[in-house]
Design a protein around this ligand. Sequence first.
Ligand SMILES: [Zn+2]
Length: 71
Amino acid sequence: MECPYCHENMLKGYISALRDPLKWIEESRNKGAFISQFQRGIKLTAWTQNQIETFYCENCKKMIFDAVDLS
Ligand SMILES: [Zn+2]
């Protein structure tokens, strides 16, 4: 994948969720990590699929992944 910022090639890799699933929560709803499992958001990993495919740009230090809701 080409980086949309600097147009260099991005490295493909994975982010692992070791315990609780990763979840994106909108800023206005965010109450901190301790109660995030009870809040509505986009669940990015699941017990059956505890990694998310991610592309990383070493120049820009940016990562890109598909935000598919697994809940
Ligand atoms: Zn870049």
